[in-house]
Write a protein that binds this ligand. Structure first.
Ligand SMILES: O=C(O)CCC(=O)C(=O)O
Ligand SMILES: [Fe+2]
Length: 448
């Protein structure tokens, strides 16, 4: 019998780890996680993942002393409650104004809120494979959920592996995961959905973030906005407006020798220095919104806003990137520049499903063409109003059904209020310009 009361045969059958010094429950966890760490970060050895000892500072019980700096922040992101702020009010006050906001009580009815504990996830999807990183060539690193949860429960890494899965629905072992959540009522539109689930750029993620894991400062691609909902745990956020430069917000110039630049390093080392630096340079406070999302909270991240996240405890969350009329101008210009082929598909479908936005896209094309002196893109041959293939027809009915279902979530009065809130954007008050995705906006969609 081993010291933990499990004999070797039982251990083998249960896959329990009984070797001396093994801190995990499963026999294979150490091997699987070490392999993943080597592939995910070739710049440090697995033994170096705890070199700064952040686990002494931020752990489930240490909430005093140095942890204060990481655990507490001025909570300046505005908060509303879904019980008292309607979708139309949120859209008019926050989304249309590109202001960050945390909405409480917007996901109370999700099955995920009732069901998802770490024990439940581990039990239900234990043998499902989930993405926990990328190798240097951009290939996905996946492990079974049972190994990842085992790792999460025992790890003391400075910046642990973070489970981020965009394709749960593609595998029979995990496809029912996406039945447990959907877009909160405050996010009624997603104009990328007419591209079809197979063609649209990656858009929704299921995440398990061990304490101290996080996401470094970035902005979301293709002019999309995002919402991010917490089902378990707490996430610390920093959001900085689009006018700030990448150089400034990443604050690499403030990094000292021997320091790392993971999310925890940015929050712990760089953010205080960045605030002091900006004050010294400009005499003004850094324009930043900070906040913590807790179980049941949904944060709105406006398009092109810089943001960074630190998991203050073990978290379960989901997020979705979307395009609504509010960020259509940005999203159109961005896709036109960087994903030409896809933009042509989008244009054809806008003409079928959202004729007013199709006209707007044509107007933005003309404006971009004039500004850059390149041919406009919306020639009459750029799109056809009929379906281009029978599979498109099948998809058309799927999309129409999706649109019907999403409209059915709202009363006639709510639908009208939402329309009114988005009306200025549908008329084209959105600004075109200011993206830095590169590429050229000319050319036509004929024949694509
Ligand atoms: O929850 C997080 O770690 C942030 C995720 C995020 O910002 C993203 O996926 O773009
Ligand atoms: Fe993001």
């Amino acid at each position: 019998m081993e010291p933990n009361g499990i004999d070797g045969d039982t251990a083998a059958a249960m896959e329990v780890c009984v070797s001396p010094g093994c801190q995990f429950r499963h026999r294979r966890t150490a091997k699987k996680i070490t392999r993943a760490k080597k592939d995910h970060r070739t710049d440090i050895a697995p033994a170096e993942w705890g070199r700064y000892n952040y686990a002494a500072l931020l752990n489930p019980t240490a909430r005093a002393g140095g942890a204060e700096a990481l655990l507490s922040c001025p909570e300046s992101v505005p908060r509303v409650d879904a019980k008292t702020t309607s979708p139309a009010e949120f859209i008019a006050s926050y989304e249309m104004r590109s202001r960050p906001c945390i909405i409480a009580n917007a996901i109370n009815e999700w099955p995920a809120m009732r069901r998802w504990t770490f024990d439940y996830l581990e039990e239900k999807w234990r043998n499902g494979h989930f993405k926990i990183g990328e190798d240097d060539r951009g290939h996905r690193i996946r492990v079974k959920l049972k190994y990842f949860v085992d790792y999460m429960r025992h790890q003391t890494d400075d910046s642990p592996l973070y489970l981020f899965e965009a394709s749960a629905e593609d595998s029979p072992a995990t496809m029912d995961l996406i039945d447990d959540w959907w877009a909160p009522a405050h996010f009624p539109e997603d104009l990328h959905n007419i591209l079809g689930d197979d063609r649209r750029p990656p858009w929704r993620w299921f995440m398990i973030g061990p304490i101290r894991s996080g996401t470094t400062v970035h902005r979301d691609p293709l002019g999309t906005a995002a919402w991010n909902a917490v089902i378990q745990g707490e996430k610390r956020w920093a959001l900085l407006p689009p006018e700030l430069s990448k150089r400034l917000v990443k604050a690499k110039m403030l990094l000292r020798d021997g320091e790392d630049d993971e999310a925890i390093d940015w929050f712990h080392n760089l953010l205080p220095r960045l605030k002091a630096f900006h004050r010294a340079e400009t005499g003004q406070e850094l324009p930043i919104y900070e906040g913590i999302t807790r179980r049941g909270d949904v944060i709105f991240v406006p398009p092109r806003w810089w943001h960074a996240v630190l998991n203050l405890s073990d978290t379960i969350s989901v997020t979705q990137n979307f395009v609504s009329p509010a960020n259509f101008a940005l999203a159109w210009e961005s896709m036109r520049r960087s994903r030409r082929l896809l933009s042509c598909r989008w244009l054809r479908r806008l003409q079928r499903f959202h004729p007013d936005l199709y006209s707007l896209a044509c107007r933005y094309d003309r404006e971009m063409a004039m500004a850059r002196q390149v041919p406009g893109s919306c020639s009459s041959s750029s799109s056809s109003s009929s379906s281009d293939s029978s599979s498109d027809e099948d998809e058309d009915s799927t999309i129409r059904e999706q649109m019907r279902r999403s409209e059915a979530r709202y009363s006639a009065a709510e639908t009208e209020a939402i329309r009114a809130a988005y009306a200025p954007a549908r008329r084209g008050s959105g600004r075109v310009g200011g993206t830095d995705d590169g590429g050229d906006s000319g050319g036509v969609c004929a024949g694509v």
